[in-house]
Design a protein around this ligand. Structure first.
Ligand code: FES
Length: 104
């Protein structure tokens, strides 16, 4: 069963930026604002466990991992550049006025 978890307010996730949020179980996730649309994925790169929220570079909908320059499409978690081959887990994001929730 899923539930919606409040992770912050919309203005905490500025356009073009990656931010970190923490789920109730202590798991960190990466939250992205792509031209005003919010997306959320697992925080750790599937290649070598770099933190994408702390070190990732967001360009459009692509986040680049700084460790080995692998890339992912943050809208669906799919890897888009080597050496990353395993998709990031994604979380459905819901907005309620200015509040941002993820389904988990
Ligand atoms: S740890 Fe992210 S590309 Fe290697």
């Amino acid at each position: 069963m899923t539930k919606d978890v409040l992770i912050g307010r919309l203005d905490e996730f500025p356009p073009g930026e990656v931010r970190q949020a923490t789920l109730p179980d202590g798991t960190n996730i990466a939250v992205y604002n792509v031209d005003g649309a919010i997306y959320a994925t697992a925080d750790l790169c599937t290649h070598g466990e770099a933190s994408l929220s702390e070190e990732g570079i967001l360009t459009g909908k692509i986040v680049e991992c700084p460790w080995h320059f692998g890339t992912f499409d943050v809208t669906n978690g799919q890897p888009t550049g080597m050496p990353c081959t395993v998709a990031l887990k994604t979380f459905r994001v819901k907005l309620s006025e200015e509040d941002v929730y993820v389904e988990c």
